[in-house]
Write a protein that binds this ligand. Structure first.
Ligand SMILES: Cc1cc2nc3c(=O)[nH]c(=O)nc-3n(C[C@H](O)[C@H](O)[C@H](O)COP(=O)(O)OP(=O)(O)OC[C@H]3O[C@@H](n4cnc5c(N)ncnc54)[C@H](O)[C@@H]3O)c2cc1C
Length: 571
């Protein structure tokens, strides 16, 4: 099958905060270049940036400082973040929020004196989260999309990237192979620079928060292209996902942290509180501790009818709950629960991947011409991401990537000759489910969810991880022999489900391998058989490729060492 061919100077995969910021910055820096944003969904309507509720961390207030934001990020990340990337995050977040407000047209909530309102978020020593009510992501994405639409930036919507194609000598990126989801045709786009910004997305867990278009495609493509991923064992779970049964996609969606923060109780199936037995801060402990305690109670069998736990708010007064958590009360009511006066079933839910492609501060990777930004990248957050640092990460590094790609194409830009054999191989791989006998994809998905939730989730151990790796091998082999039983290509969702599952299984394997290699417990990663944190001074991060051993690489404490703080020197 011969794909259609297109050329562009800069090709951006993904249209979240990272992808759209990259497009705008590249266009501003080099308006003569052709820029194309290719996205699995519709531009502005898909991905997780749109789902951001809480807000954006940035040190704006005069009592705050970038040093304080940096220290919160490093300590929250349990000393695993790359300190240069974290520094870039906190310093450039200030510029990006100003750009969002003054150039792109976002209206964030304000104080009576006209300054930007900043609210408290867990794990931070200062109230620095900028927001637009609790719909911050919609404000950011709508404004970014409008700005992209208004410029000469090409769009390939409902185009799914399926393979990064290198040059014939393997030294550089030459382009990307896509499926046009509207027709099922293959499209090969040649590009001088490519940005990977498909946003990770831990949707391989039974309960998860990210949007349905996210299936770790970018990470799976990066692995196949031979790139190293770091921190892949670090998957963040949010404690209070809604649990409303298997029939609804509302299951797994987030009930916001403020419910626990304002005094909500978590109850077992026996309707008694259990958190005080786990941590003195009880329900107000950090996300990782609360998720772990909840998972332990679930394992003990102290569960609700759907196998989760309860959140109870009624003791705060139903009127107050209705007033302060209007959106959450409505969301629960849609699923038949009374948040203000009754009990709501909840379960920890996979939320964010701290791990991703290893990259430098200018967003370059080890493959010439390939750049990475946003949730596809690894190293900014270490073992834990602070709430509010996710959208800061995607917008800050998206902008850096746009600037870097523009400069790179101007300086070195030439199309590399694509390795055509790889295009043919990738097409043969994608065609597989159209040619083998029809099987049950849903059953494979259920087993993937179960394996990842039970053995590679909130509490892990060596034997469980070994078993998980064996199960993932079996699932991958079964997928190879599972067809979709239909040949129609246009909007064939079963076909895309098969491709989603292939990506998810590949990335699940590296999560499990990295988790097996890390023999300590830090942040989001907890090993029952290695519960200690280990020495901070000799902290190392996992670095993994599709093949070979997991390497443990020492963290370079380029700005501050464990036990020290930048705050002494801060203004
Ligand atoms: C419910 C929820 C609430 C959140 N709240 C907050 C918050 O309050 N504060 C905060 O800082 N962070 C929050 N986050 C995290 C935050 O949303 C992400 O960190 C960030 O938005 C990721 O941006 P991104 O551009 O990397 O990815 P995304 O915004 O997810 O964009 C990824 C893009 O890639 C596209 N794509 C995927 N696969 C392919 C493919 N194969 N080919 C082409 N395109 C592809 C997708 O369609 C999408 O357009 C939240 C996340 C969720 C799920």
């Amino acid at each position: 099958m011969v794909p259609q061919a297109l050329d562009t100077d800069i090709l951006i995969l993904g249209a979240g905060g990272a992808g759209l910021f990259a497009a705008l910055h590249a266009h501003k820096a080099a308006p003569e270049l052709s820029i194309t944003v290719a996205v699995k969904g519709l531009l502005g309507k898909c991905g997780c940036t749109r789902m951001v509720q809480g807000g954006y961390n940035v040190a704006l207030a005069k009592e705050d400082s970038v040093e304080r934001h940096f220290m919160d990020t490093i300590e929250g990340g349990k000393w695993l973040p790359d300190q240069e990337l974290a520094w870039q995050l906190v310093t450039l977040a200030v510029e990006r929020v100003r750009e969002l407000e003054n150039e792109l047209g976002c209206f964030f909530d304000r104080n009576p004196d006209g300054t930007v309102h900043q609210k408290a978020f867990a794990g931070q020593t200062f109230d620095r989260t900028v927001h637009k009510g609790d719909l911050t992501g919609i404000e950011i994405m709508n404004r970014l999309a409008e700005q992209v639409w208004a410029r000469r930036i090409n769009r390939l919507e409902e185009h799914r990237a399926v393979e990064l194609i290198k040059s014939t000598d393997g030294s550089a990126i030459a382009g990307v192979l896509f499926i046009d989801m509207r027709t099922g045709d293959y499209v090969f786009v040649r590009a001088k620079a490519v940005l990977l910004a498909t946003g990770g997305g831990p949707t391989m867990y039974r309960y998860h928060t990210p949007s349905g278009d996210k299936s770790c495609d970018g990470l799976a493509m990066a692995l196949r292209a031979g790139l190293a991923l770091r921190d892949m064992e670090m998957v963040q779970f949010h404690p209070t996902g809604l649990l409303a049964g298997a029939h609804t996609r509302m299951t797994g969606t987030v009930l916001e942290e403020g419910l626990r923060g304002s005094g909500g109780f978590l109850l077992g199936g026996n309707k008694e509180r259990f958190m005080p037995a786990y941590d003195p801060k009880a329900e107000r402990a950090t996300r990782d501790l609360v998720s772990r305690a909840m998972f332990s109670e679930i394992r003990k069998g102290n569960t609700t009818p759907h196998g989760g736990l309860y959140i109870s708010m009624a003791h705060l007064g139903p009127e107050r709950v209705r007033k302060e958590f209007k959106g959450m009360v409505e969301r629960c009511a849609d699923c038949g629960f009374d948040l203000a006066g009754g009990l709501v079933e909840v379960v920890p839910t996979a939320h964010y991947m701290m791990g991703g492609v290893e990259f430098a501060a200018d967003c370059t990777t080890t493959l010439r011409g390939l750049f990475v930004a946003g949730e596809d990248s690894g190293g900014v957050h270490g073992a834990n991401r602070l709430g509010g640092n996710g959208v800061a990460n995607s917008t800050v590094f998206g902008a850096v990537a746009g600037d870097s790609m523009a400069a790179w194409v101007r300086a070195h830009g030439a199309f590399a000759p694509p390795y055509v054999g790889k295009v043919e191989e990738a097409i043969a791989h994608c065609e597989r489910p159209l040619s083998v006998r029809r099987g049950d994809l849903e059953a494979i998905r259920e087993r993937l969810h179960d394996t990842m939730w039970e053995r590679v989730g909130i509490i892990r151990d060596g034997p469980g991880l070994t078993r998980a790796l064996a199960e993932l091998d079996v699932l991958d082999a079964e997928l190879e022999h599972t067809g979709i039983g239909a040949s129609a290509r246009a909007f064939n969702l079963s076909w895309h489900d098969w491709l989603n599952l292939k990506s998810l299984v590949a990335v699940s394997r590296v999560i499990a391998r990295a988790a097996a290699a890390r023999q300590d417990s830090r942040g989001a990663h907890y090993r029952d058989d290695f519960p200690d944190t280990g020495a901070l001074d000799t902290s190392a991060y996992t670095s993994i490729r599709a093949e070979g051993e997991v390497a443990m690489k020492p963290v370079a404490f380029t700005r501050v060492r464990p036990g020290q703080s930048l705050l002494k020197h801060a203004a």
